[in-house]
Write a protein that binds this ligand. Structure first.
Ligand SMILES: [Zn+2]
Length: 83
């Protein structure tokens, strides 16, 4: 139970951290909604974890990007590479 909670808290914290990296990359004034979700890659040759980044701009323009890493492994350079 405690381990499951810690896992959930870690996942949440890492998602928040990646959201901050995205917001920092977009610039402080960017008005948008950022969501970050960990999933499993659907590519049969990959079979690894992916992190999906979804950004909805104030004009409802949507940007979806996938980084083939766990959220915990994503650095500012990974965000810069896909955005
Ligand atoms: Zn993959």
């Amino acid at each position: 139970m405690a381990a499951a909670f810690k896992q959930m808290a870690d996942t949440f914290w890492q998602a928040q951290r990646v959201k901050r990296l995205v917001r920092k990359h977009l610039g402080a004034g960017a008005q948008c909604l950022v969501s970050v979700q960990e999933a499993w890659c659907t590519d049969p040759v990959c079979e690894g974890p992916v992190t999906e980044i979804r950004i909805v701009m104030v004009n409802f323009k949507e940007i979806r990007r996938t980084v083939h890493k766990r959220a915990a492994e994503i650095a500012a350079a990974d965000v810069a590479a896909v955005l």
